[in-house]
Design a protein around this ligand. Structure first.
Ligand code: ADP
Ligand code: MG
Length: 701
């Protein structure tokens, strides 16, 4: 098969009806190739069945109508406001459409244009429609498909993102003239055989693209979108499946043998039983570790879900066979905290934990390094110090990385890139929706702790307006009087935002000197040097500081069980997931705990904050966050720009589609890692012609 898949990548100028000038305008709006035009995603669909007959319009309606412009013009008013007006008509009647303050529309619209308008009907010298939105469906009497007359049943009006110099009707006309040719070319890129499509419940590619531009119904457009979304997700997963294959299957890892010498006694000694989720995740990890393949797994779980304990069991599985296991944390405080907890748990087993951080004295460091190099240290906890030069392990069998997002990819891999390759477990306390995790970390296997240990008292969350601030401070005082500690958090969206920083530090001074003079109040912010931050954090941990005013997100995972209240100022400026992370700092002990959000009323944030107040489950909050904020900037520069990673797929609702895409991608790669078999020839060709360059960046990860 030698099909030329590059034809769709010809410049737009090769399209019918596109000359050099128009080509330039199209390019300016990001439509550079024929493919860009073919994959230009409509901005909305209007179903003719919801289009009103103009004759039936009544004051008070919010209506969508389609009509042809009979006359138009700009009307000056006494208030010096210039109003553009057009009278439009359909078979049933006429109505005036008025656009106050938009006289320039007079140059955009012509008599005879057929337009679709949406907006409220008002009474003003007779009925008037005030369009919120409008689309020129056709010009010069052309009524191609997709711009049909009202009442022709089943017609869908398609509106595209347009630009100043490329209006709707131009895009529409270009598609009218070229769609059939483009669909033929798209047919050459169909990589899913029919039985496979049927199994997946997906349309064929040209059919899907036709439905995108000329849908028979809104449901038809949605089915088209699903196929195109599947393609995006599939090729992304394909690249990730290849990475996964290289990192796991192709590199035989350490096959751990379980003796239960330590796992069993630790399990039996715990004063509680594992949650169902912990038990399930441990089975997943154990299966990976005992298989000859290398484990490359992510463990997601809310703060307090018991990840550290799961990690410890995994470390003991390694240690039982004489392999070394290491846990790397992003800060010294966290590393020390882990080391302390783990020591407590393994001391009865006669095991020791080596702690390696940057602040060890020279002789301690030498001693620790010697124990790692000899293989005597079975359990090691540390910071970045673990991946510096001169650190050798005799038999590294498992690398655990805590708070993985705090490390770069290279740092994360530094512990893993050895021979034989150790199993890798990376942990994240930032719950994200499954669809997002599978997309961002498709090369990893995913384990989720979606259940908190029983008996936790949920943190009580309260919403207050700025007027209630005094009351909030009194609340804090009462908690501190009981001997508890408090966090007060200010938003600092950009760490370089000087205004915010000054506001927060001034506020901290005010709190320290005026509001709480009897207590020790300290500030923690992102521009402090590392040692300064550490010193403040340690004083708070030791209970020497009662009130911590923080402008940075306080260390994820930091455990101060005596802190019983957190106040979050300007809560409306935080994302839901961020708020959830913050709230996780309190309620870590037996104390009844509180989270008080101080927010400006209004600002559209009330709804969001109520969701937060009433939801304790981090995953549910993350899903709400994705739904509300969208996936826009999730992939950084890869998501925006001319050729975003995902424009059809919507991770808030396409989880099912994504699971199907991942399953297929992994199956294909498992059977044919390099896609050299003839049945995968087209998959490979499309990957190379279309997706490889876009996914390059991804591959580094
Ligand atoms: P994470 O690392 O996910 O934030 P940890 O592993 O630090 O959570 O666990 C938080 C606390 O809960 C610890 O004190 C731990 O001993 C305790 N814990 C862990 N698992 C359970 C369980 N199944 N039942 C009760 N308490 C648990
Ligand atoms: Mg933890």
């Amino acid at each position: 098969m030698s099909v030329d898949l590059t034809l769709l990548d010809k410049p737009v100028q090769f399209l019918k009806g596109v000359g050099p000038r128009r080509a330039e305008s199209l390019q300016r709006m990001g439509l550079v190739t024929a493919r860009d035009v073919l994959y230009h995603v409509p901005r909305r669909y209007d179903d003719a069945s919801t289009v009103e007959a103009i004759g039936a319009l009544q004051v008070g309606m919010d209506a969508t109508v389609v009509g042809r412009i009979r006359t138009k013009g700009v009307i000056p008013t006494r208030a010096r406001l210039r109003i553009f007006q057009a009278i439009i008509e359909d078979d049933t009647g006429r109505i005036t459409c008025a656009w106050p303050g938009q006289p320039w529309l007079d140059r955009k619209l012509r008599e005879g244009d057929t337009i679709l308008v949406t907006g409220p009907v008002k009474f003003f010298h007779g009925n008037q429609l005030h369009p919120r939105e409008f689309t020129v469906l056709s010009r010069d009497g052309e009524t191609g498909p997709g711009a049909g007359a009202v009442g022709s049943g089943g017609t869908i009006f398609v509106s595209y993102p347009a630009s100043e110099d490329v209006p709707q009707w131009v895009l529409r006309r270009i598609l009218d003239r070229n769609l059939d040719d483009l669909l033929k070319l798209a047919g050459d890129e169909e990589y899913l055989p029919e039985p496979e499509r049927d199994r997946l419940g997906l349309r064929d590619l040209p059919g899907a693209l036709r439905s995108l531009h000329r849908p028979e119904s809104v449901a038809d457009a949605e089915r088209g979108r699903q196929r195109l979304a599947f393609d995006e997700l599939f090729f992304l997963q394909l690249v990730q499946a290849q990475i996964r294959h290289r990192q796991t299957v192709e590199r035989p890892g350490v096959g751990h043998a379980r003796s239960n010498e330590w796992v069993r006694p630790l399990h039996d000694a715990l004063p509680f039983s594992l949650t169902g989720a912990q038990a399930r995740v441990l089975r997943e990890i154990s299966a990976d570790m005992t298989s000859p393949h290398r484990m490359n797994r992510m463990l997601q779980g809310d703060v307090g879900a018991g990840k550290t304990l799961v990690a410890l069991f995994a470390m003991l599985i390694a240690a039982e066979g004489g392999w070394q296991a290491v846990l790397m944390a992003p800060t010294e405080i966290l590393a020390e905290q882990h080391a302390r907890k783990i020591r407590e748990l393994v001391a009865p087993l006669g095991l020791d934990v080596v702690l390696l951080t940057g602040s060890l004295g020279a002789s301690e460091r030498r001693d620790a390094l010697a124990r790692l190099a000899s293989g005597e240290a079975l359990l090691t906890v540390g910071t970045h110090a673990l991946i510096q030069e001169g650190v050798e392990f005799a038999r590294l069998g498992l690398s655990v990385v805590d708070e993985q997002h705090r490390f770069g990819v290279r740092q994360r891999m530094a512990l893993a890139d050895r021979d034989p390759p150790p199993d890798v477990l990376i942990m994240s306390a930032t719950p994200i929706p499954r669809s997002l995790a599978l997309t961002l970390y498709g090369e990893l296997d995913l384990s989720t702790l979606d259940e908190l240990p029983p008996g936790r008292t949920p943190v009580r969350t309260l919403l207050k307006g700025p007027a209630g601030r005094h009351e909030v401070h009194e609340f804090v005082r009462r908690e501190v009087e009981k001997g508890h500690q408090a966090y007060i958090v200010y938003p600092l969206v950009e760490s370089s935002d000087k205004v915010d920083l000054r506001a927060a530090t001034e506020e901290a001074e005010h709190l320290a000197e005026v509001v709480f003079p009897e207590y020790r109040v300290e500030v923690l912010h992102g521009q402090m040097p590392g040692e300064g931050k550490d010193a403040v954090m340690r004083a708070f941990l030791a209970g020497e500081v009662q009130i911590l005013v923080a402008t940075t997100v306080i260390e994820v995972g930091i455990d101060v069980p005596n802190a019983s209240i957190m106040v979050i100022e300007h809560a409306e400026r935080f994302g839901l997931s961020q708020l959830h992370q913050l709230r996780g700092r309190v309620g870590r002990g037996a104390l009844e705990s509180y989270c008080v959000l101080v927010a400006e009323p209004g600002e559209g944030a009330a709804e969001r904050l109520k969701v937060f107040r009433d939801t304790a489950d981090g995953f549910a909050i993350a899903r709400a966050d994705l739904r509300i904020r969208g996936q826009g900037d999730l992939f950084g520069s890869q998501q925006s720009g001319r050729d975003p990673l995902l424009r059809f797929a919507d991770l808030a609702r396409d989880e099912d589609l994504l699971l199907r895409a991942q399953a297929l991608a992994r199956r294909v790669v498992e059977n044919d890692p390099n896609l050299t078999r003839s049945e995968h020839e087209r998959v490979r060709a499309v990957l190379e012609a279309r997706h490889a360059h876009r996914l390059k960046l991804y591959e580094v990860g």
